[in-house]
Design a protein around this ligand. Structure first.
Ligand code: AMP
Length: 206
């Protein structure tokens, strides 16, 4: 099962990917998580990526493509994977084809702009386990159940979200027609509870 989760920032890709990995027992490959990890460890990649990420811009294709190509060669990807946040440009999508990777389904999570802004500004993340909380169900002491500190991503601040939405519309949304032409795009309504959206995804993958 090779799945791409695609949609605007805050569409719920990360949350739904976590549910899919449990269901199908395949790894989630989140380029955002890989980059955040590199930023926190101050690696060469992290230093390059940080300035783009903080502004809500895309990290250049030549940087991200190499990382994903290497990751997909790892053993745990042999029976499938969930790509979360990749591809984000036509060039990235073409790379998957050039590598001979056949995708079974592209799930596009549709969410309106106001919901995107609300979801992103209200999102808090655990520095240790990566768990995502909404402000309204966040533990009152500001600490994750695993004991890790909760923080707001710089790129989740309102000004940066608006920039990320523009980047999504200009660079990433063209992927919808790219995959539609291939007949593998599945539009899924991303509004509603996590379980409602998850059930819609499972239906779309049938
Ligand atoms: P995400 O967690 O998927 O929202 O990604 C956070 C940030 O990481 C994005 O706003 C980009 O700056 C960068 N990023 C993640 N995935 C990609 C990608 N496939 N191509 C370019 N930049 C990316």
């Amino acid at each position: 099962m090779k799945i791409i989760l695609f949609g605007p920032p805050g569409a719920g890709k990360g949350t739904q990917a976590k549910k899919l990995i449990e269901k199908f027992n395949i790894p989630q490959i989140s380029t955002g998580d890989i980059l955040r990890d590199a930023v926190s460890k101050k690696t060469e990649l992290g230093i390059i990526a940080e300035s783009y990420m903080n502004k809500g811009e895309l990290v250049p294709d030549n940087v991200i493509i190499g990382i994903v190509k290497e990751r997909l060669k790892e053993k745990d990807c042999s029976s499938g994977f969930i790509l979360d946040g990749f591809p984000r440009t036509i060039q990235q999508a073409e790379t998957l084809e050039l590598e001979g990777i056949k995708i079974d389904g592209i799930i596009m999570l549709d969410v309106d702009k106001e919901t995107i802004i609300k979801r992103n500004t209200e999102r808090r993340i655990c520095r240790v386990c990566g768990r995502i909380y909404k402000l309204k169900n966040m533990p009152q002491n500001g600490v994750c159940e695993c004991g890790g500190e909760l923080y707001q991503r710089k790129d989740d601040m309102e000004e940066n979200i608006r920039r990320r939405i523009d980047v999504y519309i200009n660079a990433t949304l063209p992927l919808a027609s790219f995959y539609e032409k291939k007949g593998i795009l599945r539009n899924v309504d991303g509004c509603g509870s996590e379980d409602e959206v998850f059930n819609r995804i499972l239906e779309a993958l049938k």
